[in-house]
Design a protein around this ligand. Structure first.
Ligand code: NAD
Length: 375
């Protein structure tokens, strides 16, 4: 099993890239639900960053059958001690932000999962790539599309596969809707709306500092409607318009930090989307996809679950996993080791497309102009 893993890591992008290549026709893939027991290698993951989300992913990995937490990278020795006790992480798999490149010499770690504030994704992903291990970054991939592209290029150059923690891409109810759409159940798709938001607290947190977050609610929560619009409609937008209403608190929501933003997309088929992203309203979490013959609705749509949803034919039937991050990590093992092509890709190239759209949303909100896109 080890030699197979080593072989797969060595060939890195060369052979696997053929199977994992950016998936132009992903909208037409049918959800693949495996019925055979997994006998492939375990994806042995080191998590970088013991923050709110790092803790959630660590917990989710306990239930994964294809991936497991084996290492940690952190600057907080006390938190590391807790994790070592809780998750049985040996001393030899503990690293800090200065020495984690040494992971290249550790045969017991396959992947580094970067779960730190957005501004650290690029430097840490590029350093992680140098270890030759698989790299997983949290969303958004970078602070903007340029950064994201540099990360994709850096991982390509290092010959390592880059994935992004898009947990919704593996969420069964989302996949059920995509399957119904592909089967023609809603007729020709005409419209999508994605509304997401919550009331953000502490004004000193990194999410409200443009240099650390890259922007406001769009970078954090609006990104779900951005990529949701793409995988629900099954096309990439060709134009963007956006509006930013006056801020309720210009001190908390400084220049470059959007409190609330509305954005619209046009798709090649003529379908349109209209979305809302906000740090000023609680419990906003809804997707609605409308075709000529029917609709699908998720509400909640992007929370940690369980999600709820229905179509014009009745309630969605797919069973939500106890933790979406478990499903994501199981799928990541399949993608990285077995070349599985997911229904909705979660690779670096896909994440750059989302960042190009977000860049365009900001430009449209600022200029009031319709921004053309070619993704
Ligand atoms: P957090 O602030 O709770 O944790 C960040 C971690 O990074 C902390 O452990 C902190 O110590 C560490 N860190 C290392 N260097 C740092 C520095 N220079 N400044 C600040 N912190 C530093 O943040 P979070 O909510 O865990 O978010 C982390 C990442 O995960 C973000 O990119 C966020 O967008 C993403 N996230 C994704 C999801 C999802 O559903 N996919 C959910 C939440 C967060």
């Amino acid at each position: 099993m080890n030699s197979r893993r080593n072989f797969l890591q060595k060939i890195g992008l060369s052979a696997l890239a053929l199977q994992l290549a950016p998936v132009a026709g992903w909208a037409n893939n049918k959800p693949q639900i495996s019925t055979t027991p997994y006998d492939g290698p375990m994806l042995r993951v080191a998590i970088m960053g013991i923050g709110t989300y790092g803790n959630i992913v660590a917990r989710a990995l306990q239930a994964s059958t294809k991936a497991k937490l084996v290492g940690v990278i952190s600057g907080s020795p006390n938190k590391v001690k807790d994790w070592q006790a809780k998750y049985g992480i040996p001393d030899k798999n503990v690293y800090n932000y200065d020495n984690f490149e040494d992971i290249k010499n550790n045969p017991d770690i396959d992947a580094i999962y970067v779960i730190v504030p957005n501004f650290l994704h690029k430097p840490y992903v590029l350093r992680a790539a140098k270890t030759g291990k698989f790299v997983i970054s949290e969303k958004p991939l970078g602070l903007n599309a340029k950064e994201g592209q540099e990360m994709v290029d850096g991982c390509k150059k290092a010959g390592v596969k880059l994935l992004v923690g898009y947990r919704m891409h593996f969420e069964p109810k989302n996949l059920e809707i995509i399957g119904m759409r592909n089967a023609g159940d809603f007729g020709k798709i005409k419209y999508f709306t994605g509304n997401g938001g919550f009331h953000i607290g502490d004004p000193t947190q990194w999410r409200l500092d443009k240099a650390k977050s890259g922007g406001g609610s769009m970078m954090d929560i609006g990104i779900y409607a951005v990529n949701g619009a793409r995988y629900m409609v099954g096309e990439d937008p060709i134009w963007v318009t956006a509006q930013e209403p006056p801020k309720s608190d210009p001190v908390k929501f400084k220049e470059g930090i959007d409190e609330t933003i509305m954005f619209q997309f046009g798709f090649p088929s003529g379908a349109t989307a209209s979305c809302l992203s906000t740090y000023a309203m609680n419990n906003v979490d809804r997707f609605l996809l409308i075709g000529e013959r029917g609709y699908a609705e998720l509400n909640p749509a992007n929370g940690y679950g369980p999600l709820k949803g229905r179509t014009n034919r009745g309630d969605l039937k797919a069973v939500s996993p106890a933790m979406q991050q478990t499903a994501q990590m199981d799928e990541f093992a399949e993608i990285l080791f077995n070349g599985k092509v997911p229904v909705v890709p979660a690779d670096g190239e896909e994440a750059v497309k989302d960042l190009k759209i977000i860049d365009a949303v900001y430009a449209a909100a600022k200029t009031g102009k319709r921004i053309p896109l070619s993704l």
